[in-house]
Design a protein around this ligand. Structure first.
Ligand code: ISE
Length: 342
């Protein structure tokens, strides 16, 4: 049967997912939109034929309107939605972060274990980007030798008004905290932040760009430039230095133009275009896993799970400490991974 998805939160990301599910994903439709803001809810429902609007997730659950939920509210509201959805034993795709801090993420892990199965997939969509996948294969195949260093840059044209200093880590670097250890096949061991010269074009409340140094458990060192006021567009690049080769991803977006003695390539405006394929792939894989799970396989996720969400919440907490103590190496330690997540 078609998977009836309740999309929770109809802001920028929720609306993007509603369009995606309605136009590009097979085997699923949006059956409910949960959004307290009525104007937003109405606009969202118009984009999803047959969908009903609800003010609270509890009402959508009581009405029996959904088989699965996609959570796209701001991160600090995730726990309040995750708990009733787990209670109802629904498959869940939760946008990053799982929750904003390790304590609340741990409560979510406990609730998921009590529900008897892994039902939460976390929206670290870069793992579905074709270029990151190719690079990961190069790492594991070893054909260019061992991976030694990673030099990464994560650049946004600008950020919205509600973006605060700590969000450099918790909203932006959060992606690298997930994807780079995944890419390198290792765990994050420590973080350090250094502050270069401040960009005078960044909003008054921000001190950035920042340079983040990470040590991984296999000895790989990462340097990441996090930069949210580059003005020209969106760019996420990664250079992987191997023993006998170097690979780069994220550099070409669309048309290359040679004109008037110069050459140039297109630039993405934001993450919805740069990672469009990754978002589509992520949602399709989750829909397929959720349907198979509901049909009886008992396995509801095909991608980063709640343990990954927890591990990154710990990394973010330590990353914020590093951000507030420039030049200090801050260690990252995880409790033992519960058997449930092995
Ligand atoms: C935003 O929330 C994202 O997830 C984007 O991928 C990231 O580039 C941006 O910095 C974040 O604010």
């Amino acid at each position: 049967a078609e998977l009836r998805i309740g999309v929770i939160g109809a802001g920028a990301m929720g609306s993007d997912h509603i369009k995606r599910i309605t136009r590009r994903i097979s085997g699923a439709r949006v059956s409910a939109v949960v959004e307290p803001d009525e104007t937003r809810a109405q606009t969202a429902v118009q984009n999803a034929p047959g969908a009903q609007a609800f003010g609270r997730i509890e009402d959508a659950l009581e009405a029996g309107a959904v088989d699965a939920v996609l959570i796209a509210t701001p991160g600090f509201l995730h726990e309040a939605v995750l708990l009733p959805a787990l209670e109802a034993k629904l498959p869940i795709l939760c946008e990053k972060p799982l929750t904003p801090d390790p304590e609340s993420s741990w409560r979510v892990l406990e609730a998921e274990q009590a529900s008897g199965a892994r039902r939460i997939q976390v929206g670290f969509m870069r793992r579905f980007d074709p270029e990151y996948r190719q690079l990961r294969e190069l790492v594991s195949a070893g054909t260019a030798g061992e991976l030694l260093m990673v030099r990464a840059a994560h650049r946004n044209a600008s950020v919205p008004e509600q973006y605060q200093q700590d969000m450099l880590i918790t909203d932006s670097v959060v992606h690298e905290l997930d994807v780079l250890p995944w890419l390198a096949g290792a765990e994050l061991r420590s973080l350090e932040v250094k502050l270069p010269r401040r960009n005078s074009l960044t909003p008054e409340r921000l001190q950035e760009p920042i340079l983040v140094l990470m040590e991984l458990s296999n000895g790989v060192l990462v340097d990441l430039e996090m930069n949210v006021s580059v003005q020209f567009g969106y760019q996420v690049t990664t250079e992987a230095v191997f023993e006998s080769g170097v690979a780069r991803i994220g550099e070409n977006a669309g048309l290359q133009l040679w004109q008037a003695g110069r050459t140039g390539t297109g630039v993405d405006a934001d993450f919805t275009t740069r990672f469009a394929t990754a978002y589509d792939e992520q949602v399709q894989r989750w829909v397929d896993a959720a349907r198979a799970g509901l049909a009886g396989t008992g396995s509801f996720v095909d991608g980063p799970d709640a343990w990954d969400g927890y591990r990154v919440a710990v990394a973010c907490q330590q990353g914020v400490k590093a951000l507030h103590a420039p030049g200090t190496r801050v260690e990252v330690e995880l409790p033992e991974r519960p058997a449930f997540y092995r």
